[in-house]
Write a protein of this length. Sequence first.
Length: 733
Amino acid sequence: MTRKKQKGKKTENLENVTKQILAILRKNGGQAMNYKQIAAKMGVDDPGNRNKIIRVLAQLAGKKKIEEVEKGKFLLKAGVDYYQGTLDMTAKGSGYVVVEDLEEDVFIPSGNINKAFDGDEVEIYVYKRRRNKKSEGEITKVINRKKTRFVGVLQLKENFGFVSVQDAKMYTDIFVQKNKIGEAKDGDKVVVEMEDWPEKADSPFGRVVEVLGRPGEHHTEIHAILAQYGLPHEFPQEVESFADNLDTSIQQEEIKKRRDMRDVLTFTIDPKDAKDFDDALSFRELENGNFEIGIHIADVSHYVKPETILDEEAFNRATSVYLVDRVVPMLPEVLSNNACSLRPNEEKYTFSAVFEMDKNAQVKNEWFGRTVIYSDARFAYEEAQYIIDTTGGEIPADISLTNETYHTDGNIVTAVLEIDKLAKTMRKRRMKEGAISFDKVEVKFELDEQNEPVGVFFKTSQDANKLIEEFMLLANKKVAEFIGKQKPKKTFVYRCHDDPDDDKLMALKSLVSKFGHSLNLKDQKSISKSLNKLLEDVQGTKEQNLVDTLTIRTMSKAYYSTENIGHYGLAFGHYTHFTSPIRRYPDVMVHRLLQHYLDKGNSAKEEEYEEKCQHSSQMESLATSAERDSIKYMQVKYMQEHNEEEFLGVISGVTEWGIYVEIIANKCEGMIRLRDIREDHFDFDEEQYAIIGRKTKKVYQLGDEVYVSVKNADLVKRHLDFNLIGTRNEVEN
């Protein structure tokens, strides 16, 4: 976590409004203030940011953080020096507590942690601040544990054991009594449940609840990654049985309740190794010269009904998890790969968004509802890309369609080409309106039958990918607008994305200047345009992956909420997730709510759906962390087999203990520890993102190209250590 610094007035772009407002009211000596006075203190004079201040004041009053003592005038509620927040531990055993009401995080010395763990919700007592020093505090109560299950290695003694938790932020082992060890053996990787922490005990007491296997073995490490984040790796038997007993046949009675679109040309475009197809496109040309484009999504909510064990399991998981060698699905296979998969040559129940569009990709009419479709063809992205690149004509022999090439409603090649033209028009318009173009390179592995990595390749987004993306974005946007613009307001699930943080943007600007790039942070439009130019300029350069990653990190995290704030990255005022209910629970909620409102139902309970949104956001974050860890694990495994080779890399990070290097050829990142660089004693220079030799004054700086070899590849810790061979100039000359 980046430690928050004291912020001055902001005139370019407004961020962290809540903390600034609370700080101003706190410093104002008990005098009530209106939004104009607060705006003046913040150095804000534009209508957009003033409106933002008004909205935040209303939210704070609603949360009872401030009082509206008279119309339009607000006062901070009287408080004491006790606050609640979330603990962010450091590897040194100290921590910081993030408190919403305070301008900066509160430092907690290691002696004041008082049995709290990283991520716990805690109560703290904040000391009186001393001049020129940061706030310090003491944890007085653990309100809520982030987790009670941990992954580690069991170390057995004669009558007891300890589980050593392999997490740099975990400062204690967990004690396990002999009768709570179960079948685990010394050295096994296990899951341990923390049960108690007696007042005078140095370590918490726990019970071994699962034996994962021997450290370093493939399945052990993959299951350890899932267990570390509390993610399941199989379905309970009763859930599988429930799903297996569902009637998944297509019934005439059900078809009568739906819009029948089986005679409209329909096809899917997915990765060539995809096992489930949750979206399809239909196309036909209308008599007036416009096009009817249907975005058809598997009707998961037809099978997954509320208050069933299947729905409960789907909600608890909230998302599918995509690890390097497997998918951990949200729904059992009978649904995800069969009944809800829009496979070619099969009739399927779908939930659809159907648009009439002109040749300029303007939506003239829209329709939402349940449908039944028949998929005529299944394209891999590569096959659709071939059609786009060759602008039609004969379909190559290796592109096999499931139906005749020519359909009663038109040529499938024409359909792909026309939809591609519309997608390009929509994308161009979206970029012009301020959307950010993230086309980050994805690292993928070629695996053999034993899941050993035999190669690395990079996945990039081409026109065929962007074609699908644009129409999924259109459906998500239009569904959100359809509900979000209704009066009176109706409870709905939105995908939200706030403005980027000013401090992170300034840090990015400073960092990319080391590579000769610049950013214009004058206003929101300039920021979007400037970020897009940066992302375009780094395409194909050695620093592309680093800059792409750091740019994404400047963005706020997207989340689910019933309170719509729009989507900054897409430049949409309304946005939701409608298009992937097989793998995302929020999409299931969106389908249910949309049908409820199409049936003229009353507004759903906001509090109930907000809780579900928060849970879905949390599970998405855990899944993302697990996916990232699995990639890191496979990178380490791959590099184990190449430990005698030399690699050219780029310095991707600089710290006080070492420099990080990302290998250009495979994007694997490892560390060169300062103590291992023998040519001199190097000191960390934070301002220059560099290390500097004391005697030689030699500089290794962020972005420099260096040659490295593997010193140590630790599968258990998922960590790579590199040896520094020398700079590119030194080695090649």
